[in-house]
Design a binder for this molecule. Structure first.
Ligand code: SF4
Length: 440
């Protein structure tokens, strides 16, 4: 008898991606077989997002697709949409189970018994073969209590909840032992790490501990709020080569008035000051950011301030969001709604500016040597990977370099890709100083 199959589709942020990976591991350990989401499966899991109305719409589309693909299959919906708007999902015909975020760790357990996992029809667990990647997400924190006025996340994820230092370090050690070279430290509000733990535990201390784990070559932070970037954190990540020169710091708006209405508690100049301090200590750093357009009351003048500020900060990448009223949030009832067409136009302008800045940033590394973590073979003999400062590079080389750090000399920038040639292989990160050469 064949194993039962399952499939998972993940929407939204890195925390959701991490949680999906854990669900996959759980199902594999029960003897289920993982199949593609476009295939027929016995169990479909949709890990939803609710950050915007578009996220809700996309989540519903994926759920309907799963129901239509194999009507007898068990369709399980989990994630932030379930926590925030369960009644909308209950109306969908064909959804068998709604599982809240806090119950995700037991999702597989809840399903075993409803669907036979494997040929033996027993539900004992085995250790699955690890799904090896070059990079792994490491969730250290959940929840947020900042209550930015537009954001539904605190309602969907609840109060800040940190994973204990011991559990985080044990998981990171296991990943390093499995051959993972890079971990991406992830949380709903990473900067709040430790606020609910005793003894002054904080993100800086946790990162310092993670940096000592043997075998890890890179630590990347997923996203951190401007006000959580302390002088100590900048000193730590700029003085140890294990930390990637890449920080995702949401800006949201360049207008102080709009930032105030968003309840963001910093000004545009505060943001510029933080970025300048980071650039001063980490030459070549890639700053990526989120910007929201069309917040209620956003005038052309406010939007111009955002564009001007972006032109000064010169981020490597901008994620542009259009304001979307989320029921239950403060901004949902604010006057001065911006029309769909204006939001669309402002969003297009920022995307265009972002693309221009990305070309400038990446093009500036032609003629320099970069450290690349090789991810995969894309074409015959052509490998690709990411630099620590978030540049995708392509170069010729054998496939057995996948998962290794190599030194690449950047030759040219063409159609969004940086092409180079391998000039060395960096197997031993410690004791090496070639990476410093890329930072002058
Ligand atoms: S910091 Fe603000 S935007 Fe980020 S999750 Fe918390 S409330 Fe939402």
């Amino acid at each position: 008898m064949q194993s039962s199959t399952f499939s998972i589709c993940t929407l939204g942020c890195k925390v959701n991606q991490y949680e999906s990976e854990r669900i996959i591991q759980d199902f594999l350990s029960y003897g289920f077989e993982l199949v593609d989401f476009s295939d027929e499966a016995d169990v479909y899991i949709i890990n939803t997002c609710t950050v915007t109305n578009v996220s809700n719409h996309k989540s519903r589309q994926v759920i309907r697709r799963a129901i239509g693909r194999n009507p007898p299959a068990l369709v399980i919906v989990t994630g932030c949409y379930v926590n925030a708007f369960p009644e909308e999902l209950r109306e969908l015909d064909g959804v068998d189970m709604l599982i809240k975020n806090e119950d995700k760790p037991h999702l597989a357990e809840l399903v075993v018994g409803k669907v036979s996992p494997g040929s033996s029809r027993e539900s004992h667990r085995v250790s699955p073969r690890p799904r090896l990647h070059t990079r792994a997400l490491l969730k250290v924190q959940d929840g947020c209590d900042r209550f930015c006025s537009y954001c539904i996340v605190p309602y969907a994820r609840g109060k800040p909840l940190s994973i204990s230092r011991g559990r985080v370090l044990a998981e990171a050690t296991r990943l390093a032992e499995a051959g993972i070279k890079e971990i991406v430290v992830t949380g709903v509000n990473l900067g709040r790490y430790g606020c609910d733990l005793p003894n002054g535990t904080n993100l800086e201390g946790l990162l310092a501990d993670l940096a000592r784990i043997p075998g890890l070559a890179r630590i990347r932070l997923s996203s951190i709020e401007p006000l959580d970037i302390t002088a100590g954190l900048i000193t730590l990540i700029s003085s140890n080569l294990i930390f990637c020169r890449h920080l995702h710091i949401p800006l949201q708006s360049g207008s102080d008035e709009i930032l105030r209405a968003m309840n963001r508690n910093y000004t545009g100049e505060d943001y510029v000051g933080i970025i300048e301090e980071i650039r001063d200590k980490m030459p070549g750093v890639a700053i990526t950011t989120d910007v929201m357009v069309g917040f209620p009351g956003e005038t052309e003048e406010h939007f111009k301030r955002t564009k001007d500020l972006i032109s000064r900060v010169r981020p490597r990448k901008i994620h542009v969001f259009r304001f979307s009223p989320r029921l239950g949030t403060l901004a949902c009832s604010l006057p001065g709604r911006v029309s769909f067409d204006v939001k669309k136009r402002r969003s297009a302008e920022l995307i265009e500016l972002g693309e221009e800045l990305a070309r400038d940033f990446i093009g500036g590394f032609v003629g320099r040597r970069l450290e690349v973590l090789v991810e995969k073979l894309v074409e015959d003999n052509l490998l690709t990977g990411l630099t620590d400062n978030y540049i995708r590079a392509c170069f010729k080389g054998p496939s057995d370099l996948v998962g290794e750090l190599v030194s690449v000399y950047a030759l040219r920038f063409e159609r969004g890709r940086l092409y180079g040639e391998i000039v060395g292989q960096e197997m031993n990160h410690e004791g090496s100083n070639w990476k410093l050469e890329t930072r002058n």
